[in-house]
Design a protein around this ligand. Structure first.
Ligand code: TYM
Length: 331
């Protein structure tokens, strides 16, 4: 049985990108693998949330993980900060992570552009904490979207470096995983290449968005003036809408609109109306479960407690062994 670790930052509600990139198909893996799903609340501190926002966001991600079908009895579903051993492993790994390699990470370069007045050390060492999250359970596979590929490469670097440094075969080499297919990137509605929480304006569709909001967002999605030549190449913003449609609609529906596009007969109003309808239909069961679970505090508390216990059992063992390898007293 292989070990699988997946995380989502608690910086807000989950959007379709998070769902398709890191949750949907992986719910299926639960029964055949040793799965850990966690809410990365330490990571969310890089944006300096207020305590009440932090708590609300953690709860929201927990509810949405459960609504998507993660079974806390089968998998280990936990909050990152309930496993403080991860902070110790992060500290230990930081000693052999080099500033130069951290500065070269694309996500760090993006962040210093996005949050110029808050370039904290947590942003620089973000990939080290992420590596600690993964290797604390000695994971083999990490279900993630395309944007996390480089972080996984860095995780392998840190694991291998640790093994080499202490001449051990301790940490496995975890790989970014998507059922043997290439990693997924769901684009935004605003013509940008990625649906994301930190993108501004009309970019993301959230799992908890109401049908009215979904309709409004999709109808406002960026489009061009329309094709003028048969079979012409699609501009990015139109291709993006087709990528979203492929994830929620039937193949026949996608093909129908692709044919209309190729014959220059597409009417974007109809196309978007259909897309909105299909997104609404797709997200409806999730939305219902989100509402139901949100009202059940007792159950959520039970899940959190159970998850913390299971995660700590595995995390403590790894960190104790790491301490011993390094030369500290084991725990
Ligand atoms: P976060 O919270 O930004 O995203 C969570 C997961 O969703 C995926 N994702 C997408 N996939 C496809 N298309 C998109 N538009 C899209 N947007 C986001 C991300 O690839 C990710 O898998 N650093 C992580 C959280 C994390 C983590 C970990 C993940 C911390 N430690 C350990 C895995 C293992 C992050 O910021 O994800």
């Amino acid at each position: 049985m292989e070990t699988v670790v997946s995380g989502i930052r608690s910086t807000g509600k989950l959007h379709l990108g998070n769902y398709f990139g890191a949750v949907k198909n992986f719910v299926k893996m639960q029964h055949d693998n040793n799965c850990y799903f966690f809410i990365a609340d330490y990571h969310s501190l890089t944006t300096h949330p207020k305590p009440e926002d932090l708590q609300r966001n953690v709860r929201q991600v927990l509810v949405e993980y459960l609504a998507a079908g993660i079974d806390p009895e089968v998998s280990t579903l936990y909050i990152q900060s309930d496993l403080p051993e991860v902070a110790e492993l992060y500290l230990l790994l930081n000693m052999n992570a080099y500033v130069g390699e951290l500065e070269r990470s694309t996500s760090f370069k993006d962040k210093i552009r996005e949050q110029k007045d808050n370039v904290n050390a947590g942003l620089l060492t973000y990939p080290v904490l992420m590596a600690a999250d993964i290797i604390i359970h000695k994971a083999h596979k990490v279900p993630v979207g395309k944007d996390q590929e480089q972080h996984l490469e860095m995780t392998r670097t840190f694991s291998n470096r640790f093994n080499r440094m202490y001449e051990v075969e301790f940490f496995p080499e975890p790989v970014a995983y998507n059922f043997g297919e290439s990693l997924i990137k769901i684009p935004g509605l605003d013509g940008s290449m990625k649906m994301g929480k930190s993108e501004s304006g009309n970019n993301a569709i959230y799992l908890s968005d109401s049908p009215e909001i979904i309709s409004k967002k999709v109808m406002r999605a960026v489009t061009d003036a329309g094709p003028t030549e048969m079979n012409q190449k699609m501009p990015q913003e139109i291709e993006n809408l087709f990528v979203i449609m492929k994830s929620v609609s039937s193949n026949d529906m996608v093909e129908h609109f692709q044919n209309l596009y190729n014959r220059c007969e597409i009417r974007y109003g109809d196309f978007k109306k259909q897309l909105a309808e299909d997104v609404i239909k797709f997200t409806e069961p999730l939305r219902e479960k989100i509402l139901e679970l949100s009202a059940d505090d007792t159950y959520l508390k039970k899940v959190v407690k159970m998850g913390a216990e299971k995660a700590r059992e595995s995390g403590r063992k790894t960190v104790s062994e790491v301490r011993e390898i390094i030369g500290f007293n084991p725990r």
